[in-house]
Ligand binder design. Structure first.
Ligand code: FES
Length: 108
């Protein structure tokens, strides 16, 4: 059993889906954890840690496409799938997120 298997998560309601314009992200606090939630133009939802591990950039203000999130400060790109940097440097935490009756629910 890995360490990851031992981690427990909590489902936290953080806001309404319509609070996030298509193609953008917004910062929330979920269970005491600062996160950024994104609603891509294809309607998919993603959640990451709020601060970039490089120098604390506000990831909620980053540019998005279907594959990556780009930090607004120094343009490091992070994959939605696993949070890894496309440059092989830092990685960000990613969290499961879903919509339930218009409410954003994040597992932290
Ligand atoms: S703070 Fe995000 S890339 Fe530098």
């Amino acid at each position: 059993m890995s360490v990851t298997d031992l981690r427990t998560t909590t489902a936290v309601r953080v806001g309404r889906v319509e609070e996030i314009p298509l193609g953008e992200g917004r910062a929330f606090v979920a269970g005491g954890v600062q996160i950024a939630v994104f609603r891509l133009r294809d309607g998919s939802l993603h959640a990451t840690q709020a601060a970039c591990p490089h120098a604390g950039g506000p990831l909620a203000d980053g540019q998005t496409d279907v594959d990556v999130l780009v930090c607004p400060l120094h343009q490091y790109a992070y994959r939605w799938s696993d949070g890894a940097s496309t440059a092989g440097a830092f990685a960000i935490g990613v969290y499961p997120v879903r919509e339930e009756d218009g409410t954003l629910v994040v597992e932290v």
